[in-house]
Design a protein around this ligand. Structure first.
Ligand SMILES: C[S@@+](CC[C@H](N)C(=O)[O-])C[C@H]1O[C@@H](n2cnc3c(N)ncnc32)[C@H](O)[C@@H]1O
Length: 334
């Protein structure tokens, strides 16, 4: 069966859908967890194959509508849970899980919804919440101190002018609460010299979105839980859209699939920790045809691993990312 969804027929074009389907192989049936249901592109495609089931998760309650339509068509083969994917261990799962997919980032409908303040065109309050959040970008910009803002922009956005921008924010917010347009213009003024085609506020917006949605904490927990939940020969697959996400997926997948070498002169010895094998030695990226149809897919990177042994939970696996996890903890102040 072809795995193509026409972009004309759907609002959100599911990124790298053919590759996802080829890797998780719903053609042979089985139960899958779609951790980022969104507009249901992946779930719908999986359910087209007989003898499949989908357990779908999304933190955005706006996914309910599409989910309830799918429920009507597929009944017991489909369930939807409005939770964060860091919480998937709380799902009551009786079936063997053949595949767990994460299509990270935002759906087109979330970006187009100007009230979320994800787009530079938004005239609304700063928001950036995906769903099930404790605070918004408005709280971050108007309440955190200069040093904290600087850390967020520097580490989550790789913004070179993070100090100057934070200083200007703290100065300007004394006059009024800053909204989305205030922030866009403030960053533009702070970065007098910019030569890129992209909006000068791109990195600041990315940093705020990651912080508001605690994306680092979500992803590290979600991946760890998946490694426990997925069955033998099951697949964990991620599609990431920014370098921090990809770095975390790549690191975790390498960690689970690495082989210890006793000596470089001796044959490779399988580590007792090796519980997964790598399916994608290099990430899969969209073809030129897909880029033409769906330009927002340009930064997508697909990685996947297969469970081949017993996974021993390693609490400290993400120690390397502790500095980022600690920055997200600043939000306890809000
Ligand atoms: C790129 S969209 C997924 C699109 C989907 N594959 C499709 O084809 O329609 C990402 C979705 O993941 C959701 N999401 C992001 N982070 C999440 C998290 N930590 N827990 C649950 N859902 C999350 C977002 O709300 C959004 O709807």
């Amino acid at each position: 069966m072809s795995a193509t969804i026409s972009p004309e027929k759907t609002l959100h074009y599911p990124v790298l859908l053919n590759d996802v389907i080829n890797i998780i192989t719903p053609q042979n049936g089985g139960t899958f967890i779609d951790c980022t249901f969104g507009q249901g592109g992946y779930s719908k495609k999986i359910l087209e194959f007989p003898n499949t089931k989908v357990i779908a998760v999304d933190r955005d309650k706006n996914s309910f509508q599409i989910a309830s339509d799918l429920k009507k068509s597929f009944k017991d083969r489909f369930s939807f849970h409005n939770i964060k994917f860091s919480q998937i261990k709380d799902l009551k799962i009786d079936d063997e899980i053949k595949g767990i997919v994460f299509d990270l980032g935002y759906s087109l409908s979330q970006i187009k919804d100007l009230s979320r303040g994800l787009s530079f065109d938004s005239k609304c309050e700063l928001n950036m919440k995906m769903g099930l959040n404790d605070f918004s970008a408005k709280d971050v910009i108007n309440k955190l101190d200069q040093k904290e803002l600087e850390q967020i922009f520097k580490y989550f956005g790789d913004e070179k002018n993070s100090k100057l921008i934070s200083k200007k924010i703290v100065f300007e917010r004394q006059k009024k609460n800053l909204d989305t347009q205030d922030l866009v213009h403030l960053v533009k003024r702070a970065k007098k010299k910019y030569y890129t085609k992209t909006n000068p506020a791109t990195k600041v917006f990315q940093a705020l979105r990651i912080f508001v949605n605690k994306e680092i904490n979500e992803l590290t927990k979600g991946l760890k839980e998946s490694a426990n939940i997925v069955s033998q020969n099951g697949i964990i697959l991620t599609v990431s859209f920014h370098s921090l996400e990809d770095k975390i997926c790549k690191f975790f997948f390498n960690h689970l699939t690495k082989q210890d070498k006793v000596s470089r002169y001796l044959p490779e010895k399988k580590s007792t920790k090796m519980s997964f094998s790598l399916i994608t030695k290099k990430p899969i990226v969209p073809s030129s045809r897909e880029l033409e149809i769906n330009p927002p897919s340009r930064s997508a990177k697909l990685r996947a691993i297969k469970k081949i042994g017993i996974y021993e939970n390693d609490k400290n696996v993400f120690l390397k990312f502790n500095n980022l996890l600690n920055i997200e903890k600043i939000s306890k102040k809000l």
